[in-house]
Ligand binder design. Structure first.
Ligand code: C5P
Length: 293
């Protein structure tokens, strides 16, 4: 079979949200980037990237949050990811890319990074090319610190500025509720507001978590160091956290990334869905989703 035979005509990829179940800031590099120690998961909630062969490179944006990122398409991380991959593989061709934007933007769940990673995965399939994983990881890191982990979309412990990825293979099954009170947060602003940047790493992680409850109990000895500076900027985050924590089926409530999206871990999808329905009744303008993790 030749490479030509493996080319697809149209490829669709889900760009899953990234959720930091714990996020410790352990230092800062000389270039200003912060060192992290984080546990991340990728629930099946996300944007959709569709690519098909076309005469030129173009980007159409649709979906609930499309109007938030309209403007010059060449500023979009999806477009930059396509240009970058095209420069590094021999089989690149013109491509029409559609981004269906369903995740809130500037929300602490890695939307832009997930989109860029999904674009790299989709184009590698469309162009029938398979850059070595290390090359793809290097390219993806140049697009943003969260992009390499979004390429994998698997539960993982993350270190460095996001590029040191250690898969967590014994991850328990369970579910998550994601809630964003429709407040956009600027990540650099929250990092700048951090008072202490040399926090302790995550505590020792058991080799295996027997259940979601066991994972949630371990997570209680961890934090999200960005939660406090985010709350001082957007007090509504406290309201979301209190509401999530007060639900009987919530095992743990915390903020993801630099916010404002918060999450609740639950044992079952049914429990997560019922919390999501209840909260959506109370706050029809909030973005709320439930999914398995
Ligand atoms: O890499 P990315 O563009 O996603 O990061 C956005 C901003 O967040 C960076 O410009 C930086 O200010 C901050 N950041 C950081 N340390 C990280 C990741 C992001 O300081 N590990």
């Amino acid at each position: 079979m030749t490479l030509e035979d493996t080319k697809a005509a149209r490829v669709e990829e889900l760009a899953r949200a990234k959720v930091n179940l714990a996020l410790h800031i352990t230092g800062q590099r000389e270039d200003g980037y912060h060192l992290l120690d984080s546990l991340v998961v990728f629930p099946k909630v996300g944007d959709r990237i569709t690519v098909e062969t076309a005469p030129d490179l173009s980007l159409q944006i649709t979906g609930d949050f499309a109007e938030k990122i309209q403007g010059d398409p060449s500023d979009n991380l999806v477009y930059k990811a396509a240009q970058l991959l095209a420069e590094h593989v021999p089989n690149a061709s013109g491509t029409r890319i559609e981004l269906e934007k369903s995740l809130p933007v500037a929300a602490g769940i890695g939307g832009g990074s997930a989109d860029a990673a999904a674009t790299l995965r989709a184009l590698a399939k469309l162009w029938g090319t398979s850059p070595a994983p290390t090359d793809l990881a290097r390219l993806s890191l140049s697009l943003g610190a969260d992009v390499p982990m979004c390429l994998e979309e698997k539960p993982a412990r993350i270190r460095g500025i996001g590029e040191v990825i250690e898969p967590v293979t014994s991850f328990p099954s369970g579910a998550i509720v994601l809630v964003n009170p429709m407040i956009e947060i600027s990540t650099p602003t929250i990092f700048r507001a951090l008072e202490k940047k040399d926090n302790a790493p995550l505590p020792e992680m058991p080799a295996e978590f027997e259940s979601m409850k066991a994972l949630a109990n371990w997570l209680k000895s961890c934090r999200n160091d960005l939660q406090k500076p985010a709350i001082s900027q957007a007090a509504e985050i406290s309201e979301v956290l209190d509401l999530l924590a007060s639900q009987p089926d919530t095992l743990l409530a915390r903020m993801s990334g630099s916010g404002a999206t918060c999450f609740a871990l639950c044992e079952t999808l049914e429990a997560a869905q019922s919390i999501a329905t209840h909260l959506q009744d109370l706050h029809s303008d909030w973005w709320i989703r439930a999914a398995e993790v």
